[in-house]
Design a binder for this molecule. Sequence first.
Ligand code: BEZ
Length: 209
Amino acid sequence: MAIRLGDTAPNFTATTTQGELNFHEWLGDSWGILFSHPKDYTPVCTTELGEVARLKPEFDRRNVKVAGLSVDPIEDHHGWAGDIEETQGTALNFPLIADPKREVANLYDMIHEKANNTLTVRSVFVIAPDKTVKLTLTYPASTGRNFQEILRTIDSLQLTANHQVATPVNWKHGDRVIIVPSLSDADAKQKFGEFETVKPYLRYVNDPS
Ligand code: BEZ
């Protein structure tokens, strides 16, 4: 069944390039990203995994653990890792789940039969420390993801979690944010001090983080 926002991210155990992993235990109190790619030894996936490895310091800074997944066997993951390091300039530094029986792929509805009935699509699940799913994305095999956008969504989700604010169109870290409608003007004044009211439902405040 499809996983929807607010659902608890299903737990699983799996073999990864960093050993056996119990997903919930491995996440601990961190935020998490679980993302699938269609196939090892393919061009778009090679560039994506290199980029995720390159961005590890950015994920660490945000207290986010990242795990990748495909239905290829662990031997292929280990072999392909050498190609990723050679061609992308960064070694794999996060666990890559081997899911040849498609157990995790099915649990997370990562195989969309009308796109491809055996391979995973490019799914992304962002998971909060309480294990609820906060964001999902689905890209086709032919479109590499923009992991800067995924970092941006994490910045937004973490602001919302910590400060009762939302982020407007094209927002990026440091830009003004929006006070959520459920917060009264009086409470907003107490919480943020000054803010700008464009409409009663559209109120901007400087990034409180
Ligand atoms: C790729 O990563 O390049 C790719 C993987 C599966 C199908 C098409 C492209």
